[in-house]
Design a protein around this ligand. Structure first.
Ligand SMILES: [Zn+2]
Length: 195
């Protein structure tokens, strides 16, 4: 199993009052100030665990929770290398049209989620903290949903992901964002050809 997330970034300027997004936006600068880059990295794990807990709490029909590990990849080059290696072993019928920033490998027992840190550095610099948080949470939900519901197709995953990220962060996504079709992002992989 291998899946990827689009590189298009949904812009978010500020957090609604009292939302979880607002809470993260208050905490994150303090963590970075205190622990530097290590603090920034540890936030990736914190948010991941929060998303995982939330997803389990929201989906009582999950019968078994796989052992999931998070692998933060530091450079684009390394990420591309890992991605290529997994693509070669993958039976996936879909490939991302654009550059991916995360993917998951494994099965319903064990899975590993790879995240391209360089892309997230870029998202923070170019789009700011609220967009970064929204994007990272969306990415986590997307890959977690693939892990827990391997039978679901891309479009169903997107719909669940949008619902989860809205309720989790306490925000409302635009109709535009929610109506994007997975076919905008994925191409069907032809047999015997790498995408
Ligand atoms: Zn996907």
């Amino acid at each position: 199993m291998i899946t990827m997330v689009k590189i298009t970034v949904t812009r978010m300027e500020k957090a609604p009052m009292g939302s979880r997004l607002e809470k993260y936006l208050e905490e994150l600068p303090d963590t970075i100030k205190r622990d530097g880059y290590d603090g920034f990295l540890s936030f990736f794990t914190t948010l991941f665990m929060d998303c995982l807990d939330f997803l389990i709490q929201e989906n009582t029909d999950i019968s078994y929770i796989p052992k999931i590990t998070l692998k933060l990849v530091h450079t684009h080059e390394q990420f591309k290398k890992e991605e290529q290696r997994e693509i070669e072993h993958s039976e996936s019928k879909e490939n991302a049209k654009n550059q991916a920033r995360a993917f998951v490998v494994g099965n319903t027992l064990r899975a590993q989620i790879y995240v391209d840190l360089a892309t997230y550095d870029h998202i923070i610099t170019k789009y700011g903290m609220p967009s970064f948080l929204l994007d990272l949470a969306s990415t986590y939900f997307h890959e977690l949903l693939h892990t827990m519901f391997p039978q679901k197709y891309e479009q169903a995953i997107y719909e669940l992901q949008h619902h989860l990220v809205e309720t989790f962060l306490g925000i409302e996504l635009s109709k535009e964002t929610k109506s994007l079709k997975s076919s905008d992002y994925y191409i069907k992989k032809e047999k015997g050809r790498e995408g």
